[in-house]
Ligand binder design. Structure first.
Ligand SMILES: Nc1ncnc2c1ncn2[C@@H]1O[C@H](COP(=O)(O)OP(=O)(O)OP(=O)(O)O)[C@@H](O)[C@H]1O
Length: 262
């Protein structure tokens, strides 16, 4: 099953001819009380690309991602997702955003009393009003996509952390999002489980899914991201293809970040 047929399979780190912007962040600021966390952030994310946001702890990476998905309100600037202006106060805009964007968090947020299959079909039947048979077909398809076809009847407590995170990814995929946001999805996992989640993300990227990830997995970003965004003190400090960002950092802040091994 292809997650984004229009983009198709292609090698990573290659520009998509005629790519269209899916997310446009323009001069966005965000404060929590007196603490200003984002300072005039601008960023364009094109369809079919993987963008990795990296930077030190507290540099505003997760806040930016949450603003893109209307989980945090901006204080200035604009964000458009699939042409839709994001505004937490506008219910229609948030509803549209929820169909266009899937988000996967560090914590898997699975319902413990529901099987894996029901965890995935829930939104399909309740939100998308699909018939149960159709919802289960979709759920089984996405479970196969993340390599967990045999876990449909399991309960979350019977899964490893890596499997639970793959179910969380499958649950997002089931809703056919146009873009997937990943917020440090491997940070809570042991190193041996991290690899299986990254493998699923790699497969999605190779199939052309538009993905934005906040990550500390620098080797993954270097190998697979089309664009790496380095955030520092609430600003986009440097952004570009991995070959530029990793091999030819322009600022001492990025050089220091890369050499710190984070
Ligand atoms: N809901 C909130 N209320 C108050 N302060 C917040 C809130 N969310 C984030 N912050 C603060 O905003 C700053 C940026 O946080 P953010 O989580 O965006 O950073 P980050 O770069 O993602 O860090 P990490 O890599 O540690 O997750 C931090 O100082 C954090 O304490």
């Amino acid at each position: 099953m292809s997650v984004n047929e229009a983009a198709g399979t292609r090698p990573r780190n290659e520009a998509v001819p005629g790519a269209e912007p899916i997310i446009v962040v323009d001069n966005v600021s965000k404060s929590f009380g007196p603490l200003q966390v984002l300072h005039g952030v601008s960023l364009t994310i094109e369809r079919g690309t993987m963008v990795a946001i990296v930077g030190r702890s507290g540099s505003g990476k997760s806040t930016l991602l949450r603003c893109m998905n209307a989980l945090d309100e901006t204080n200035g600037g604009t964000i458009k997702v699939c042409g839709n202006a994001v505004a937490m106060s506008d219910r229609a805009s948030v509803k549209r955003l929820r169909t266009d964007v899937g988000m996967v968090f560090q914590s898997y947020n699975l319902f413990p009393h529901l099987t894996v299959l029901r965890n995935i079909t829930l939104a399909l039947t309740v939100v998308q009003k699909k018939a149960r048979v159709e919802a289960e077909k979709i759920a089984r398809d996405v479970l196969a996509l993340v390599g967990l076809a045999d876990k449909a009847e399991s309960y979350p407590e019977q899964l490893s952390g890596g499997q639970a995170q793959r179910v969380a990814i499958a649950r997002s995929l089931a809703l056919s999002p146009k873009v997937l946001l990943f917020d440090e999805v491997t940070s809570a996992l042991d190193p041996e489980l991290t690899g299986e989640v990254l493998k699923v993300m790699e497969d999605l990227a190779r199939q052309g899914m538009t993905m934005v990830l906040v990550t500390h997995e620098m080797a993954f970003a270097r190998r697979l991201a089309d664009i790496v965004v380095f955030m520092h003190q609430g600003k986009v400090w440097e952004a570009g293809p991995p070959a530029e960002i990793f091999a030819d950092p322009k600022t001492p802040e990025l050089r220091q970040f890369l050499s710190s091994g984070l």
